[in-house]
Write a protein that binds this ligand. Sequence first.
Ligand code: TZP
Ligand code: ICP
Length: 217
Amino acid sequence: MNHLREMLKVYFILGSTNCFKDPREVLAEAIDGGITMFQFREKGDGALTGVEKFNLAKDLQSLCRKKQIPFIVNDDIELALALDADGVHIGQEDEPASVVREKIGNKILGVSVHSMEEALAALKDGADYFGIGPVFPTKTKKDAKPTRGTTLIEELRRKGYSTPIVGIGGITTENASTVMAAGADGISVISAISHASSPYEAAKILRKRVESGEKGI
Ligand SMILES: Cc1ncsc1CCOP(=O)(O)O
Ligand SMILES: C=C1C=NC(C)=NC1=N
């Protein structure tokens, strides 16, 4: 499990609607910059579907494979299985984690949780890590839950839960250290990298912030 903890440090999430240039180019730069895990999340207005979605996922997966970066698929279990992805990430509105665990065997299973109850249920169902947020305000997910700060991350750690955790939502180079200080194992970002003029530089700085607990300057 500790290996997973390491992989969660800088967990980049991307879909075609999150970037202005070719997502393949954005991911290639982010990988060179030092992301440690990748999630393909094709959602929202204008999201690709069918063969176009499959082909983009395949291209992004091969970029990850070349550099041994774990490739995770958001929500779409069938796509994850078709691509033999390294894992899936599901939200509370998706199929129950127990059903997904059945389908994916021992692939990585990440679950979004927003409360202690949801976290305990996800644990029981075999979740490998929690995605907790939105920690800070975010414009990227239209239907995000209310911004929670790091309270749930701190609560889980205070109660002795050592499950791997990534914080998500509005995380930037300026506030990443706050998320780590709260007890998260890593940060998950979309726009901090996908909207950066240099996704390479953004990933590099985020990696530095996470590893050194450096305060934003
Ligand atoms: C997928 C998701 N889940 C909670 S907030 C969010 C969006 C995160 O995007 P950004 O890093 O650009 O705030
Ligand atoms: C909603 C999400 C929360 N956390 C993570 C890691 N991914 C997601 N898609």
